[in-house]
Design a protein around this ligand. Structure first.
Ligand code: GSH
Length: 160
């Protein structure tokens, strides 16, 4: 059964909506944000290098990134529904909006959210530019040492 590592007040809700829409059985493992910092608890670092949600366990692997999870679940379970035909003009739009949400749109939206908070509630932001990338690169490097083809096997796009 699919397992969803779900953080309260997070993008992970999108995955719950999608799993409901797809009528797939799933189990939720819940994590609560720290009341002061609003960050995820340490326990989430056991399933995601940066301690982020959503993460799903499916087909014997862990998959993070809400966009990747969405695309994977749709390609596996939607049977041609919920996305246009691959290669169609609509498919280009579908990809655009799927990626826009987490790239061009997300940073300004987050900045607006944080700038509205009192300074005392955004102190954790100062640590992020050093801690998160260090953790990300550490995890990526150790992954590359054991699995040089990191992104996927038989996938020319990995070289881009
Ligand atoms: N690009 C990732 C972002 C994941 C992400 O930042 N998740 C937030 C919740 S919306 C999180 O886990 N924040 C807790 C933290 O950074 O400690 C995705 O789309 O899944």
């Amino acid at each position: 059964m699919i397992k969803l590592h779900h953080l309260n007040k997070s993008r992970s809700k999108r995955i719950i909506w999608l799993l409901e829409e797809l009528k797939q059985p799933y189990e939720v493992v819940s994590y609560q944000r720290d009341a002061q910092t609003f960050l995820a608890p340490e326990a989430l670092k056991a399933v995601h290098p940066l301690g982020k949600s959503p993460v799903i366990e499916i087909d014997g692997k862990m998959l993070a990134e809400s966009g990747a999870i969405t695309e994977y679940l749709i390609s596996k379970f939607a049977e041609g529904e919920l996305s246009p035909a691959r290669g169609s003009a609509e498919y280009a739009d579908y990809l655009y909006w799927m990626h826009f949400a987490e790239s061009s749109a997300m940073l300004p939206l987050l900045l607006v959210t944080f700038l509205k908070r009192e300074p005392a509630k955004t102190e954790f932001l100062e640590a992020m530019p050093t801690q998160k990338p260090r953790r990300f690169w550490g995890t990526s490097t150790s992954r590359l040492k054991t699995q040089p083809i990191w992104l996927a096997t038989n996938c020319p796009a990995r070289t881009l």
